[in-house]
Design a protein around this ligand. Structure first.
Ligand SMILES: [Ca+2]
Ligand SMILES: [Ca+2]
Length: 134
């Protein structure tokens, strides 16, 4: 699966700069039968990866887009209030309190923060979502 994604990444990275630009993404989507425009592709990159200010997808972002993890990605973005690509304890607790959770927030955060650096990255968040069955 991973290698397949890498192969298509390389295939569609026409300019070989290690990124998929909006126009390259547009071609990817058209190749799988989706009607889109370069403007829409650019918008899509912006919507799903707000912390990305290059307007181009790297390998990891491309894999998220292709692997159907977008729902998880959008949830992550919703919690990541300052859009820096990492979730802090404050950001997580703000959302969970709004949702009226009765979970122990500290424990939940520590569970999710696998490497204990005080931030939940998208990878860590994804494992958390998988664990709680989302
Ligand atoms: Ca953040
Ligand atoms: Ca971490």
């Amino acid at each position: 699966m991973q290698s397949t994604t890498n192969e298509t990444f390389e295939f569609f990275d026409k300019s070989k700069d290690g990124f998929i630009s909006a126009s390259e993404l547009c071609e990817v989507m058209q190749s799988i039968g989706l009607k889109t425009t370069e403007t829409k592709a650019a918008q899509m990159i912006k919507n799903h990866f707000p912390s990305n200010n290059t307007g181009k997808l790297n390998n990891e972002e491309y894999a998220i887009l292709m692997s159907g993890n977008l729902k998880v990605r959008d949830t992550f973005n919703m919690i990541d209030a300052n859009r820096d690509g990492m979730i802090t304890f404050d950001e997580l607790s703000r959302v969970l309190i709004a949702l009226g959770t009765s979970e122990d927030l500290q424990t939940m955060f520590e569970d999710a923060d696998a490497n204990n650096d005080g931030f939940i990255t998208f990878e860590e968040f994804k494992s958390l979502m998988t664990k709680i069955g989302m």
